[in-house]
Design a protein around this ligand. Structure first.
Ligand SMILES: Cc1cc2nc3c(=O)[nH]c(=O)nc-3n(C[C@H](O)[C@H](O)[C@H](O)COP(=O)(O)OP(=O)(O)OC[C@H]3O[C@@H](n4cnc5c(N)ncnc54)[C@H](O)[C@@H]3O)c2cc1C
Length: 486
């Protein structure tokens, strides 16, 4: 096997998968207008490592000489983490935009499970072998790997008893070929990916081990598996003009409700089964690596906001005003705050239980909260700096109408900026801040790597509070022994 090309990727999607969108069954995802733009983006990502200018940054070589994507190379040093950062930034900058769930951000979830090999060995050595096999396979076959965690949840009190109809994903049968699963997951990019790592997000610990066992499974699922149905949300970019919506028409990632209608998962794809311990472990470590790639994307999002705000202020001469500079400085503070967390997470990287090198966990998770919780403030500042034209500028068809050109020229020209160039910048800013995709992405960023309360839990669980306790005990001359165990 070798690095895939964009063309091979497109062809690989034509595998008979069952995809539904806007009232139709999709014949070939790669050719459908709702998926076409994002498939083009992913195809470009597959082509990039074949180009001489990108080979060094975007590829790595396995000990046996096999060349793989740099994104799929588990980090064994700080240099490897820096190489992952360079990989993400190089890809995003070539694309000219930010895409999230395109493979590299989700691959780290398998590395987290690799770190639990000792635990998996205790349950069944075959599971430890399976995770090693899949980490190697995804790299050698250059597969587009995504992540399925979240079940659509109804009444929480009935989830596990089956009184809600058994919606939560669970094993319904075990046979000599594998396990058969039923349920559903939300999953961005599933319809145009090759495989997903499926795992539980919630278990009811009070319900007891026997009740929970069928829900405690993790596995790799081929996205063309018989019985798997992709029910996709409507595209918000489809049908828009590229000139008017330069981001929505290129960078929209389609989300899917994945239905597992008695899907057979072969034993070699089962990573754990009937194991509450593994389910709990993967939940507490799932973003150990992937949060790094995610926060790197937030950094580029911050760069686009900063650039759009500054250029808009530049064009009208407002950048000269001290008050405007202060607002731009606030954006710089946020941007550099994200950058500082990422840089420090690599500088203070830690060895993982499996012998890999992971970004410093406390700095990574606090960086994620810093980026995500400040993002609305950054967008708000940018919106303020761009001004009301963001919301009132007509689209290209009106701007280029000869009957009104005189007025457009008069009211949209400023200095060296022609009406066309000003409009281009405003359309770009609108698609960053105000369009349907901008709204969608705000929700995506809030939830895609777990909801805010879970992100705060990761911060709490990855910070050692003992030094602070000891500091105060010593300074206040406290005579207490124990700390609170949570
Ligand atoms: C655009 C988008 C793309 C997504 N892509 C994926 C994907 O690729 N893969 C995937 O697996 N999932 C994906 N998700 C799902 C996402 O991970 C979930 O939305 C998220 O985990 C929250 O789960 P939920 O939506 O079921 O909300 P709920 O669990 O119902 O929570 C809703 C809110 O209730 C409150 N709440 C609930 N439980 C608690 C608690 N224990 N403590 C405190 N507050 C609580 C919080 O305010 C929380 O935000 C995506 C979601 C979106 C919006």
């Amino acid at each position: 096997m070798a690095l895939m090309t964009g063309e091979q990727y497109r062809e690989s999607l034509n595998d008979g998968r069952e995809v539904y969108i806007d009232g139709e069954r999709v014949k070939n995802v790669a050719e459908h207008p709702a998926f076409n733009p994002i498939v083009d983006i992913k195809a470009r990502m597959y082509d990039m490592p074949h180009e001489d200018r990108y080979k060094e940054t975007l590829t790595a070589t396995l000990p046996d000489g096999e060349v793989i994507s740099r994104a799929y190379n588990p980090p064994k040093s700080k240099e490897d983490l820096t190489a992952i950062r360079n990989h993400v930034e190089t890809v995003l900058d070539d694309l000219g935009g930010v895409v999230y769930r395109v493979g590299d951000e989700t691959i780290g979830e398998m590395w987290s499970l690799y770190d639990a090999q000792d635990k998996l060995n205790e349950i069944n050595p075959i599971y430890a072998d399976n995770i090693k096999y899949h980490i190697d396979r995804v790299a050698r076959e250059d597969l587009f790997h995504v992540s399925a965690n979240t079940d659509p949840k109804g009444d929480r009190s009935k989830l596990f008893s089956g009184k809600d109809g058994g919606t939560l994903l669970h094993v319904v049968e075990e046979n000599d070929k594998g396990i058969v699963v039923k349920g559903a997951k939300f999953e961005t990019a599933a319809a145009y990916a090759h495989q997903a790592f499926v795992k539980p997000t919630i278990l009811d610990w009070a319900a007891g081990e026997e009740t929970m066992a069928p829900f405690a499974c993790g596995f790799i699922c081929d996205m063309g598996s018989p019985g798997l149905k992709h029910i996709c949300r409507t595209s918000v970019g489809q049908g828009r003009k590229e000139e008017d919506y330069p981001i929505s028409t290129k960078f929209e990632e389609i989300d899917t409700l994945l239905i597992f209608d008695n899907v057979l998962i072969p034993w070699e794809n089962v990573l754990f089964h009937r194991s509450l311990q593994s389910a709990a472990y993967i939940r507490s470590t799932v973003h150990r690596y992937s949060a790094f790639n995610y926060v790197l994307r937030m950094l580029r999002r911050a760069d686009y906001l900063l650039g759009a705000a500054t250029l808009n202020a530049d064009q009208t001469g407002l950048t000269r005003l001290q008050a405007v500079q202060e607002k731009i400085s606030q954006l710089i503070n946020y941007r550099e705050g994200i950058n500082a967390h990422l840089t420090a997470a690599v500088a203070n990287a830690e060895e993982s239980p499996g012998g890999l090198i992971m970004p410093n966990q406390s700095l990574l998770y606090t960086g994620r909260v810093f980026a995500l919780s400040n993002f609305p403030a950054m967008a708000h500042l940018t919106r303020e700096l761009v001004g009301g034209q963001l919301a009132v500028t007509p689209d290209t068809a009106t701007m280029s109408d000869p009957a009104i050109k005189e007025y457009i020229d008069r009211y949209y020209s400023v200095g060296e900026w022609s009406p066309e160039e000003r409009a281009k910048l405003l359309y770009f800013a609108r698609d960053l801040l105000n369009s349907s995709l901008a709204g969608h992405n705000t929700t995506f960023e809030l939830f895609a790597q777990s909801p805010p309360f879970a992100q705060q839990a990761a911060v709490f669980n990855n910070f050692d509070l003992e030094p602070q306790r000891e500091l105060v005990k010593k300074a206040a001359k406290l005579d207490v022994k124990s700390s609170v165990s949570v």
